[in-house]
Design a protein. Structure first.
Length: 282
């Protein structure tokens, strides 16, 4: 789980590197999905779940691929040109809290005092980021930070959709490949309209970052399912803390990012909210 947290946390800095070199967000994710989808589907076929089993679930692959992969990851690449990678990692931790809020709205979860308190801490953390003028290195980042909040919201919406509509008769790794393939299909028209980018041979640091992100996309998926198999969802829920801490660490190591006391306070508040929601899940 530590390795998975480090890999997922690194993806924010990789996306920032690509944004600095002008790689279009849709083109970035199209290549990542174009590598990850066939690898995951091949592994699933080797495990006994050939791609033909996914034919009845095309709509699921498209919707899950759009909400869980295409939209949030494209937004990450888009905003990384304007906000610190560590800050994006902090805000991404709001996803479990937003998932509970949506579950309440759709009647899929009961009111629980610990989880409601967790939501309050998460909201307080978001306010610490967006409210004080001194929280961000540049006040002009405000709209981009607000756009960054759509990333955990998209993950939360995908969690609700997957919980309601996930096929029960398909291997999890096959579903991960199907989601990446669905994301590829959603992004292809936009990437063709913007500019398809192939990082071969690599011409600059952005191309190397894209190749590394493409490799990590499917390695992270395998680690996700292995941790879930070995330790279960309650243990896995702690991954959010590690992804954030590693995301902040990578931003500091690679870009020399520093954060105001408001951002550190927001991280502690969001962590407290995530801890309450996790504890309630036990």
């Amino acid at each position: 789980m530590m390795v998975m947290g480090a890999l997922w946390g690194l993806q924010f800095s990789l996306a920032k590197t690509g944004a600095r070199h002008g790689i279009a967000p849709a083109a970035w994710m199209l290549f990542v999905n174009g590598v990850g989808a066939p690898v995951l589907l091949a592994i699933a076929a080797w495990r006994g779940s050939p791609p033909r089993l996914l034919r009845p679930h095309v709509r699921y692959a498209l919707w899950a691929g759009f909400s869980a992969v295409a939209l949030p990851n494209t937004l990450v690449v888009l905003v990384m040109a304007h906000v610190p990678a560590g800050l994006a990692a902090v805000l991404n931790t709001l996803s479990p809290l937003m998932t509970y809020a949506l579950a309440l709205a759709f009647g899929m979860a009961a009111v629980h005092r610990l989880r409601v308190a967790g939501l309050a801490f998460g909201l307080a953390g978001a306010v610490m980021v967006l409210g004080p003028r001194a929280s961000l290195p540049d006040p002009a980042m405000g709209p981009w930070v607000a756009l960054c909040l759509l990333v955990p919201l998209s993950y939360a919406a995908s969690n609700i959709y997957i919980a309601r509509h996930r096929p029960a008769d398909v291997d999890s790794i096959a579903l991960a490949g199907a989601m990446q393939l669905g994301s590829f299909a959603c992004l292809l028209p936009l990437a063709l309209w913007q500019d398809v980018h192939l990082p071969l041979p690599p011409a600059h640091a952005g191309d190397w970052a894209l190749l590394l992100h493409a490799a990590l996309s499917w390695i992270g998926s395998l680690l996700f399912f292995e941790v879930m198999r070995l330790a279960g969802p309650v243990f896995f829920s702690q991954t959010g803390f590690l992804v954030t801490l590693w995301g902040v660490l990578w931003g500091w190591l690679l870009f020399g990012e520093t954060h105001s006391v408001w951002i550190w306070g927001a991280m502690l508040s969001i962590f407290a909210g995530l801890a309450l929601v996790t504890r309630a899940g036990r």
